[in-house]
Design a protein around this ligand. Structure first.
Ligand SMILES: Nc1ncnc2c1ncn2[C@@H]1O[C@H](COP(=O)(O)OP(=O)(O)OP(=O)(O)O)[C@@H](O)[C@H]1O
Ligand SMILES: [Mg+2]
Length: 237
């Protein structure tokens, strides 16, 4: 579905990722963990054309998307939820969802998409006229995810959806992510909460200093690398 081959990328002249290989199969949740500053967000931004790619390839369903622009990627079926739940605080929930649909011209389709979202995210329907800035952290994260889903993606890139959430809310957000996967959408998710993320993942990669250090299934938590990487780090498991 999505394949990253020998990717070297960064920002201007600062190289952050060094020869990264990643693969996401259809209907998979793939998790990317690693210490702060390892380049996890940069990996997602490289896919979404928000970082500079120096060499290597990004392939989506046999199409070379390495040099495509963000709006072209959205049209192809790739959506991105950035780190730090970036909702428009001074707009209502409904207006935020309408913003997510900016690439869709047909207003009937937009209306139907929002109705579908409301079926899945009943709390957003209930709060549709509330200002996004007045929602709880978990609700804002759900809104950010819902806004990305409006674009009807085949793959969703999620950057630290659990950031700043209490354990119970994190569990609810992760359950939604599993629901999204069960509807047939592939998910590439960056996470700091390794244990909880690996539990819902089909496969996990550990990124360290801009390179993939380990790839594995749920047993990856027993890998010595995890202890090395997280010892003294901010991650919890
Ligand atoms: N826009 C940018 N311009 C220049 N350097 C950047 C930019 N964004 C990030 N970096 C640098 O790239 C490196 C990797 O950052 P990145 O955000 O990808 O890490 P991360 O693994 O997502 O970390 P975190 O867990 O803190 O979110 C860091 O050294 C960071 O300072
Ligand atoms: Mg990050």
């Amino acid at each position: 579905m999505l394949k990253i081959v020998n990717l070297n990328s960064g920002y201007n002249k600062t190289k952050i990722l060094h020869g990264v290989y990643l693969e996401i199969n259809p209907k998979e949740i793939v998790v990317l963990i690693g210490p702060n500053g390892a380049g996890k967000s940069t990996a997602l931004k490289s896919i979404f054309s928000l970082a500079d790619v120096y060499s290597g390839k990004i392939i989506f369903k046999d199409i070379d998307i390495t040099d495509l622009k963000t709006h072209e990627l959205i049209s192809l079926g790739i959506s991105f939820v950035p780190q730090g739940r970036q909702v428009f605080s001074n707009m209502t929930v409904l207006e935020n969802l309408e913003m997510g649909a900016f690439t869709i011209n047909d207003q009937d389709i937009v209306k139907r998409s929002i109705e579908n979202i409301f079926k899945k995210f009943t709390i957003l329907e209930k709060k549709q006229n509330a200002l996004a800035g007045n929602l709880s952290g978990g609700q804002q994260q759900l809104l950010a995810i819902a806004r990305a889903l409006i674009q009807n993606p085949q793959i969703l890139l999620l950057d630290e959806p659990s950031l700043g959430l209490d354990p119970k809310t994190m569990k609810e957000v992760f359950e939604k992510i599993v629901e999204i996967k069960n509807e047939g959408i592939s998910v590439l998710m960056v996470e700091q909460n390794a244990k909880q993320a690996v539990e819902i993942a089909d496969r996990t990669y550990i990124l360290e200093n801009g390179t993939i250090a380990v790839e594995g299934g749920k047993d990856i938590l027993k890998n010595k690398k995890i202890k090395d990487i997280y010892f003294g780090g901010g991650a919890s498991f």
